[in-house]
Ligand binder design. Structure first.
Ligand code: NOJ
Ligand code: CA
Length: 550
């Protein structure tokens, strides 16, 4: 475990080769036993994260929020919700993370606020045409009485993207746009006041020492002129389809933000959450005067199949290389079915997905899923560039499928009347200790989402020191990745393997991923890591090995 104060932070362009660990505060560690994770809980577990060998943390929102979308509905961007702690707890977290040598980036949510944000409350209380209303996207309805929504747009979470308000005298008023839940009204980014608000949000957190921001719905801020109907409806409306995604005007926002970050020094970064395909378009967000990186969702959505993997890796290197940047890589986050489950089904995640639940047709194979997930992670962590890990994947946690309907919290479940399960299954609190209440998430046994019994075996304390465990696999991968400089390296494809195999060299490490069912020959050299036990000179099915060649 690293000694406090003894570590120095990595160099200015740290993000280009870093491994960032995503903390979802509600579900990480609960210090006061109310069943919801909090910042003091995170601080108490920092030694474990440093020990894992990652370089940086990304924290999902902990700001003041009624939690209608688990904190992505922000009512005050410059304060901490009491369920998570206080502003001074957040300051202490930033400071302590730095003492452990961990950079820390936080979420900024600029597409929408909570309906409890003072601006939206003032907008509701104000008159049509007022300055207060002009900060959000209010529009008159269609039809003789204005009782039809202004256009046909749908919410990402299901149902219409418009909700009608009543004026103070009770008469029916205009509609407001919400690309997500009705409690998340979209800002009007043509309004300079909105630009000013977010300038002050960025500087507020930069002044408190954060190393950068993950930008929520980065491709959604600007809507097409005139808010035209969507011609072809997509379910859910993701990617760059539709008049609300990836409009050219959005880039000016990040060009300005980049300058704000640069005024704080060369080591501050922005990462785009932009579900935009193809990757060459996503890479526009990473041009030299905009953000520093973007989540590679094309990679996340790729199945564990050699040809598909080779092709998405080539596409990623070309797309981000084309704007002078390394690629990022990611397999899991708080919006998608965990990869230990996803890879055990034929189900391929399409962005914020339908989720998996008790009535789903997908019947994941847990053993196969975990085996493939370990192999997929070992492949990912050998790629040059930076990688994002999601809390719990280092334990091999599966998606929790059997959450009862009455315990679900994701607005997707309610807005689709249960048709889509949504994302609760990847957000279940982390098991730290097999024998403790709530598996060590807290000491009371409370948990905002029910934890399955399978979490006992996967609890962290069961895995520490067990060389076959997923936790020790991640620790080894991260140690050798650092030692061999793989994040800063480059990829050279290796020939001579069967078509089911992904094989490349990165420096003096050969990485061989057998995605097929049949064993394949293993190249000579010292095996640094293998994701399943090696019995002979072969690499078994669904296995990745790292081999030191020189
Ligand atoms: C993307 C976030 O990752 C997701 O959790 C959230 O629901 C939406 N953006 C809306 O903010
Ligand atoms: Ca708590």
């Amino acid at each position: 475990m690293p000694a406090l104060q003894s570590l120095s932070l990595s160099p200015a362009d740290w993000w280009n080769h870093a491994v960032l660990y995503q903390i979802y505060p509600r579900s990480f560690a609960d210090s006061n036993g109310d069943g919801i994770g909090d910042i003091p809980g995170i601080i108490s577990k920092l030694p474990h994260i440093a020990d894992l060998g990652v370089d940086a943390l990304w924290l999902s929102p902990f700001y003041t929020s009624p939690q209608k979308d688990a904190g992505y509905d922000v009512a005050d961007y410059c304060n901490v919700d009491p369920i998570f702690g206080s502003l001074s707890d957040a300051e202490k977290l930033i400071e302590t993370a730095h003492e452990y040598g961990l950079r820390i980036i936080v979420d900024v949510v600029p597409n929408h606020s909570s309906d409890q944000h003072p601006w939206f409350q003032k907008a509701l209380a104000a008159k049509p045409g007022s300055r207060e209303r002009a900060r959000y996207m209010f529009r008159e309805g269609k039809g003789v009485a204005g009782d039809l929504p202004p256009n046909n747009w749908e919410s990402v979470f299901g149902g219409p993207a418009w909700t009608r308000v009543a004026e103070l005298d009770g008469s029916p008023g205009p509609w407001y746009l919400h690309l997500f839940d009705a409690s998340q009204p979209d800002f009007e980014w043509k309004n300079p006041e909105v630009w000013e608000l977010f300038r002050s949000v960025l500087t507020f957190w930069l002044d408190r020492g954060v190393d950068g921001f993950r930008v929520d719905v980065a491709h959604g801020l600007i809507k097409a002129e005139g808010l035209p109907d969507e011609e072809k409806l997509h379910h859910p409306p993701l990617g760059n389809n539709g008049p609300f995604w990836d409009q050219e005007g959005v880039h000016a926002v990040y060009q300005e933000w980049r300058k704000i970050l640069e005024s704080y020094g060369p080591d501050k970064m922005l990462c785009a959450e932009a579900w935009v395909m193809p990757l060459a378009k996503m890479a526009h967000y990473v041009r030299s005067d905009e953000m520093h990186q973007a989540f590679n969702f094309g990679y996340l959505a790729t199945s564990f199949e050699a040809e598909a993997l080779r092709s998405i890796i080539n596409e990623s290197l070309a797309a981000f290389g084309g704007v002078g940047s390394p690629s990022t890589w990611v397999l899991s986050n708080h919006d998608v079915v965990r990869h230990a489950t996803r890879l055990g089904t034929d189900f391929v995640s399409q962005g914020q997905p339908t989720g998996i639940g008790p009535r789903s047709p997908e019947k994941p194979d847990a053993l196969l899923g975990l085996r493939k997930a370990r192999a997929a992670t070992a492949l990912m962590l050998a790629l040059p560039g930076s990688a994002y890990l999601y809390q719990g994947e280092e334990l091999g946690l599966p998606e929790v499928i059997d959450i009862p309907d009455d315990r679900r919290k994701d607005p997707t479940f309610f807005r689709t009347h249960g048709e889509r399960y949504g994302r609760d299954g990847c957000r279940v609190p982390i098991p730290w200790e097999a024998g403790a209440p709530a598996y060590g998430f807290n000491t009371t046994g409370e948990s905002w989402l029910p934890q399955p019994q399978a979490f006992a075996e996967l609890a962290r304390d069961n895995q520490v020191g067990d060389p076959d465990s997923t936790l020790e696999l991640y620790r080894s991968l991260l140690r050798f990745r650092n030692q061999e400089g793989l994040g800063k390296g480059s990829l050279v494809w290796l020939d001579g393997f069967s078509s089911d195999v992904v094989a490349f060299a990165n420096g003096s490490v050969s990485v061989v991923s057998n995605t097929g069912e049949q064993p394949t020959a293993r190249p000579d050299g010292e095996v640094l890591v293998t994701t399943t036990a090696l019995g002979d000179e072969m690499i078994p099915a669904h296995t990745t090995v790292w081999i030191k060649t020189a």
